[in-house]
Ligand binder design. Structure first.
Ligand code: DX5
Ligand code: ZN
Length: 217
């Protein structure tokens, strides 16, 4: 299992320091939540901030775009240093074209689904993505509660992957804690995003270590 701390729950007044702490703590990806106040009811950060923090770490930048019509900003985020660009199936008018555009920029394409979106919506593009992100809360804010039905969705997606002989990663995001990480990994998850569970812990390195320990399949 790979661990991707979400910096949404970090202290933005000392973002560089927070990023160095999760880097040193052994995280795999750094999950960066981009929100536009339209697709989700919150606003966070854009390419300028991604570029600024790119100097702080060599870790994989896993950029989760919660924005309307993400194709407008793919190049800006690629130039800023994104390694993975995740777009929402509900927000991209031409999903297949958008994923191709990400690949052409030399970035790993991923697609995300909200808890109420049927898995069949991404079925046509499963062969075109490196990762599928299942939202396990409704997007917009950190610190929400994991939606239990998500476990069934993880199992269904893992089954679809197996049936089609594909190898995209399955990522979950929202409400993941030390209390449920074992369960989601057992259901088929490869990459776990955790925001509040890591940044609100007394020691971020220790929290990452405990997640990794519990996430061994
Ligand atoms: C929610 C974001 C998440 C969020 C997760 O819209 O996509 O990445 O930061 O936070 P926790 O782990 O606190 O639920
Ligand atoms: Zn996210």
């Amino acid at each position: 299992m790979l661990i991707a701390p979400s910096i949404l729950s970090a202290d933005f007044a000392k973002l560089g320091e927070e990023i160095r702490a999760i880097d040193k703590g052994g995280c795999d990806y750094i999950h960066i939540d981009v929100m536009d106040g339209m697709y989700v009811p919150n606003i966070t950060l854009g390419p300028v901030v991604v570029k600024a923090i790119r100097n702080e770490t060599e870790k994989v930048f896993d950029v989760h775009l919660m924005i309307e019509e993400p194709s407008r900003f793919l190049e800006a985020f690629a130039d800023a240093g994104a390694d993975i660009l995740t777009v929402h199936v509900e927000a991209a008018k031409h999903l297949h074209g958008t994923l191709q555009q990400i690949r052409a920029l030399g970035v790993r394409p991923a697609v995300s689904l909200n808890p109420g979106t049927p898995l069949s919506m991404v079925e046509p593009v499963l062969g075109d993505v490196d990762m599928v992100l299942l939202m396990t809360v409704n997007p917009g804010f950190g610190g929400q509660k994991f939606i239990p039905y998500s476990l069934e969705r993880i199992r269904m997606l893992a089954e679809m992957r197996k049936e089609r002989g594909l190898d995209f990663l399955i990522q979950v995001d929202g409400g993941i804690t030390l209390g449920n990480v074992e369960e989601v990994v057992a259901a088929g998850v490869d990459v776990v995003v955790a925001g509040s569970a890591i940044f609100n812990a007394p020691d971020v390195s220790e929290a990452i270590r405990q997640f990794k320990e519990r996430g061994v399949k």
